[in-house]
Design a protein around this ligand. Structure first.
Ligand code: DGY
Length: 328
């Protein structure tokens, strides 16, 4: 049981979450907002009993080794934990938690919007109108590609991948997936989903690929130059997971050479920096890592963080504990 724990929060959170954080704990909130620098993070872990980071904080081995013995919990505000060195945390006996479940539907909505947007040229159309260049309807104007009847290949059929599949079914896409573990037959039947043990084989046969797997050492550059080259030249790539799963430079080069039809990306390898070539292409939709950005979702994430901290400081196992081995 931790008495009056000092909780350091690295970013501004929804007002109602911050208010509750202050009621429950000795909370140090971020003001003004903005990602912490490395030296700020190092200073934070020296004094915090509990650290609440986000995806913009790199809680690497150096930061964790610098932490004082008082740091017992890293309660991540986010479901992805690729920003935290889990092995180093484990070595130091620091518990890590995340916020699973509450951003599944929001992220799946955004993924679906992106799946529709690039083949149907939604953003290009908007630019045509807002730049006053539209000269009226024409039989050959702004033609995109039909969604209905196409093949969607989902890489990573966890909660978000499954929620994407449910939506995609309604748009007449046939569902294919590659995952470390095959789903139970009942789940495959419900989604009318075809399992591909070989990612390479799946890539070669799909019209649209959606990346929904977490970023782990095993998924770093999973979509390498070699794998991207397996995709059909008229296929599209959508990524709402983590930028590092795709070799961004290779993707940009292929899109430029029209070896792929287009891409919709919400995440990037070196956020907030984005490969310059990508910004110059018309067949690409780029979004600022906003897949889970709803007011409701952020409040739910905050609630999860509060519950994880509260349970932990009361001496219990927090509900969203992340174990390094399980996500490899
Ligand atoms: C997540 O929770 O992983 C989102 O990408 C925001 O960090």
């Amino acid at each position: 049981m931790l008495k009056d724990p000092r909780v350091v929060v690295t970013r501004q959170l929804p007002e109602r979450i911050e208010a509750r954080m202050k009621e429950l704990f000795h909370a140090e909130l971020r003001d003004p907002d903005g990602p912490m620098s490395k030296s700020e993070l190092l200073a934070a872990v020296v004094k915090a009993d509990v650290l609440v980071p986000t995806v913009t904080d790199r809680i690497d081995a150096e930061v964790l080794e610098h932490a004082g013995d008082q740091l017992k919990l890293v309660a991540n505000f986010g479901v992805g934990v690729d920003n935290i060195d889990l092995e180093a945390a484990q070595r130091r006996g620091i518990v890590v938690t995340n916020t699973p479940g509450v951003l599944t539907e929001d992220t799946a909505d955004m993924t679906m919007a992106m799946i529709l947007a690039v083949p149907r040229r939604v953003v290009e159309g908007e630019r045509l109108v807002s730049s006053n260049q539209w000269e009226g309807w024409g039989p050959n104007t702004m033609l995109g590609h039909r969604i209905w009847g196409k093949r969607l290949g989902i890489i990573g059929m966890g909660q978000i991948g499954t929620a994407v599949a449910r939506r995609a079914q309604g748009f007449g896409l046939s569902i294919h997936y590659h995952n470390r573990n095959r789903l139970p037959i009942s789940a495959e039947e419900e989604l009318a989903a075809t399992y591909w043990e070989s990612l390479d084989q799946m890539l070669a046969h799909m019209d649209i690929i959606s990346v929904n797997c977490p970023r782990t050492p095993a998924t770093y550059h999973l979509l390498s130059t070699g794998r991207l080259s397996l995709m059909k030249p008229d296929a599209y790539l959508v990524n709402t997971s983590r930028g590092e799963v795709v070799d961004e430079a290779a993707l940009a080069a292929m899109l430029k050479q029209r070896k792929l039809a287009g891409a919709a990306l919400d995440v990037f390898e070196h956020e907030p920096a984005i490969n310059k070539q990508l910004k110059e292409l018309s067949n690409v939709l780029l979004l600022p890592h906003m897949g889970s950005a709803t007011i409701e979702g952020r409040v739910d994430m905050g609630e999860k963080v509060l519950i994880n901290i509260r349970t932990f400081v009361d001496g219990h196992r927090p509900p969203d504990r992340v174990i390094a081995k399980l996500i490899e």
